[in-house]
Write a protein that binds this ligand. Structure first.
Ligand SMILES: [Zn+2]
Length: 773
């Protein structure tokens, strides 16, 4: 960097009016408090983001008996629900969720999905258009009160309203009974979805993953009333906490895994399995295989005609899921968390080995430890990972992906994909199974927080783990999408165009940026833990999260929520200009040298340069009158009067002024431009001519008076050779080309291809003489 400018040490009083000359165009309100954008605090939810002193939530306890029919892949069940009205409101009716009706002939899901004919169409894509009745809807046989009287009910697609004979008053409970059945669908077919079965053609067996399988209470809350927005496939669930007692009857040779603790192991496990199960309870270092691959393979070949009933009990869960198959291998190990033992376990078919026996249960244990350290000790007694070629979460149990090729080999992508999915789905126990947000409304509240936590757990599992989401620069391609393809994170689940980036990656990245760049790890980790502990086993809203993270850290983050959660602008900050100044020392020798340099620069021009060689010396006329005296006079020489003036000036300075004058500091005035719109902290790396470097961090509030252009002066003892904006790529800047001063040009690649000459007689080549057919 050349072009030093000098500044004169002087004190100028700036008129106060300068601050008033603010161009209103430069203000997009980016630093105003969220104010009315948040709900008014009340007795249920405080302004600090904590539950209020009259916080309430509903409760629903379930007793369910269900039987799996492995011959025609259906289930039939009956449930007793006790609903506790802990709200201050009388309720005339109750709403239940019938998620299975999303696959009914009358489903709205195919009706509201737009489609096009593609040049190539699969059977599945065509079936998706035709969507014939496959008899997959929920059949309800009876809805009765405790006295056996029928309760009037109305089914509206995936929601069912029960009209009560008299209002359910605050503090009262109401018990009712429902009997139902449905046909389980093939989730490996075009219908897809979370629950269902997988059929293994080679051995003729089924693997069932049962979720969304019973009529469940909808949430009635202080912020939403009844959450009865229809389930059309993407916006997941809003569910009530309660206690479950579930008896699952399956073929006697099946293995069942479920939410909760098995109540009758001695009735359903062999004595050998009982022995191994008890051994697993004190195995903290590695899993114990309770049903081996050999044993499972033997069972695959038969088909029991008798049945067994597995009884599970779970307290304080928002849902209940289970899995059943005679193909299952089962392993388990103990994890110590907060002074108690949790059983980490896995169920998988032989097709998932050797990957699953090596990793699954260990990853479950790791995830519980990692997440617990950042939130609260995992409160449930078990955590289960089931191999089911997909990924979906339920309390204590989740269905995951990761199957090697049929010869047992696998790529790194499969292995890391599997580990990531297990971390993610087990991690969902924390968000939203325990910190119970409303998924039907806000996908990001569980997916975003969980993806952020997943990133941290991945990095703890293996140094330099190839995490897909979390680091800031990985969201830049999404953030640079065209405007019409972007929505705020605060968008309802069903209305999101780019679902993965918007609901998973962007909020996860935002949290990671808060932790690494805006708040710092210590403040963030404390505030995040505060949020998790405040809302553990409760129903938080985004406001509760936004408020808590500020309340517990003393960091004003309203600008951050505005930009990252309510806005779609990307980050693109640029170094527009850098000016280098030094204080004029007024030393005569320096002043004169500068004057000489300036004179010579002024008097240097192209004709003079060329004439120096073009005109022979003998040809140059010399002025005969010019005396040697004038020619030899150096007007840039330092004279005694210069020295005196300088000494007089120095003697007039205070010692502080003199020190500043002689400091030799370099001042760099850097102008920054906010090209993208999303305001962020300015992080700078200064590289010096001696090879050393230094980082400066400027909070985002530097943009508060002018959101598009700011300048800042940095005083440096050393001479700067390079300035880099966002050197660690921590702000998700979508254009890093303008982050260097002097500019650095990074090559992009373009592809050169070998031009194919058109074969004779075809019309596909670029021959303008031939017409296209
Ligand atoms: Zn998820």
């Amino acid at each position: 960097m050349k072009n030093i400018r000098y500044l004169f040490l002087s004190i100028i009083l700036l008129p106060g009016t300068i601050l008033a000359q603010v161009d209103e165009q430069r203000h997009g309100n980016r630093f105003e408090q969220l104010g009315p954008m948040l709900r008014s605090p009340n007795v249920y939810r405080t302004a600090s983001g904590a539950p209020g002193h009259q916080y309430w939530q509903q409760k629903a306890d379930y007793e369910i008996e269900v039987e799996l029919n492995d011959d025609n892949q259906s289930i039939r069940g009956k449930e007793k629900v006790t609903y506790y009205n802990q709200s201050p409101d009388p309720l005339d009716y109750l709403w239940l969720q019938l998620d299975q009706n999303q696959r009914d002939s009358d489903s709205e899901t195919p009706k509201i999905s737009s489609n096009r004919i593609q040049p190539k169409m699969s059977l599945g894509q065509l079936q998706d258009i035709i969507w014939h009745d496959m008899d997959l809807g929920l059949k309800i046989y009876s809805v009765l009160d405790d006295q056996g009287n029928e309760i009037p009910s109305t089914v509206n697609h995936t929601m069912m309203r029960l009209d009560l004979a008299r209002p359910l008053m605050p503090g009262e409970s109401f018990t009712f009974h429902i009997e139902w059945s449905f046909n389980i669908h093939d989730r490996m077919s075009f219908i897809g979805g979370r629950p269902g079965y997988e059929y293994f053609e080679a051995d003729g067996n089924y693997l069932y993953t049962m979720s969304e399988w019973f009529p469940r209470m909808a949430v009635y809350s202080d912020f939403e009333g009844w959450q009865n927005k229809q389930f059309v496939g993407r916006g997941e669930f809003a569910l009530v906490f309660g206690d479950y007692e579930v008896a699952i009857t399956v073929p006697a040779d099946h293995m069942v895994g479920a939410t909760g603790v098995l109540q009758n192991p001695e009735e359903v496990l062999s004595s050998k399995e009982m022995e191994r199960w008890n051994q697993a309870k004190s195995s903290y270092d590695e899993p114990v295989v309770i049903r081996t691959q050999g044993e499972a393979e033997k069972l695959e070949k038969g088909k029991a005609t008798t049945k067994k009933t597995w009884v599970y009990h779970a307290d304080n869960v928002r849902d209940f899921a289970w899995t059943s198959s005679r193909k299952f291998i089962w392993d388990a190990m103990a994890v110590k968390l907060g002074g108690k033992d949790v059983m980490a376990m896995s169920y998988y078919a032989k097709e998932a080995n050797p990957l699953w026996e090596q990793y699954s249960t260990r990853v479950v244990a790791h995830t519980l430890k990692s997440y617990s350290s950042r939130t609260f000790d995992y409160p449930y007694p078990v955590a289960i990972s089931v191999e089911a070629t997909n990924g979906m979460e339920y309390p204590m149990i989740c269905f995951n992906y990761g199957r090697p090729d049929s010869d047992g080999t696998y790529t790194a992508a499969i292995k890391y994909g599997m580990i990531s999915v297990i971390i993610h789905e087990v991690g969902h126990n924390f968000f939203p199974m325990i910190v119970n947000s409303d998924e039907r409304q806000w996908t990001w509240m569980d997916e975003g927080l969980n993806t952020f936590m997943q990133f941290l757990a991945e990095q703890e599992w293996e140094r330099n783990y190839p995490s897909r989401r979390g680091p800031a620069h990985k969201i830049a391609p999404y953030m640079s999408s065209e405007k019409h393809l972007l929505e705020p994170i605060m968008t309802n689940s069903e209305n999101i165009i780019q679902f993965g980036p918007n609901a998973y990656a962007k909020p996860a990245t935002a949290l990671n940026i808060l932790r690494e760049t805006v708040m710092g790890r210590e403040l963030f980790d404390h505030a995040f833990k505060t949020y998790a502990q405040r809302w553990m086993f409760k129903h938080p809203t985004p406001d509760d999260l936004f408020r808590t993270l500020e309340d517990a850290s003393a960091v004003d983050l309203d600008w951050f929520w505005r930009g990252w959660f309510y806005g779609t602008d990307p980050v693109d900050m640029a170094i527009q200009d850098v000016k280098w100044y030094k204080i004029d020392s007024k030393k005569p020798v320096e002043v004169k040298a500068d004057q000489r340099e300036a004179y010579e620069r002024e008097e240097s021009y192209i004709s003079k340069t060329r004439n120096a060689t073009a005109i022979p010396e003998t040809f140059v006329e010399k002025d005969p009158k010019a005396a040697d005296f004038y020619n030899s006079y150096d007007r840039f020489a330092v004279g005694p009067e210069d020295e005196k003036a300088y000494n007089d000036f120095i003697n007039s300075l205070s010692s502080d002024e003199r020190a500043m004058l002689e400091s030799g500091l370099n001042f760099y005035e850097i102008s920054f431009e906010n090209v993208g719109g999303l305001v962020m902290p300015i992080i700078l790396e200064f590289q010096y001519e001696d090879g050393s470097s230094e980082i400066e961090r400027i909070p985002a509030q530097i943009w508060r008076l002018d959101e598009y252009e700011v300048s800042k002066v940095f005083a440096k003892e050393k001479v700067v050779t390079q300035i880099i904006l966002d050197p660690y790529r921590e702000t998700a800047d979508i254009d890093e080309g303008n982050n260097y001063w002097p500019r650095q040009f990074q090559p992009s690649r373009f592809e050169m291809f070998k031009q194919q000459l058109p074969a004779r007689g075809t019309s596909t080549g670029p021959n303008p003489m031939k017409k296209k057919r």
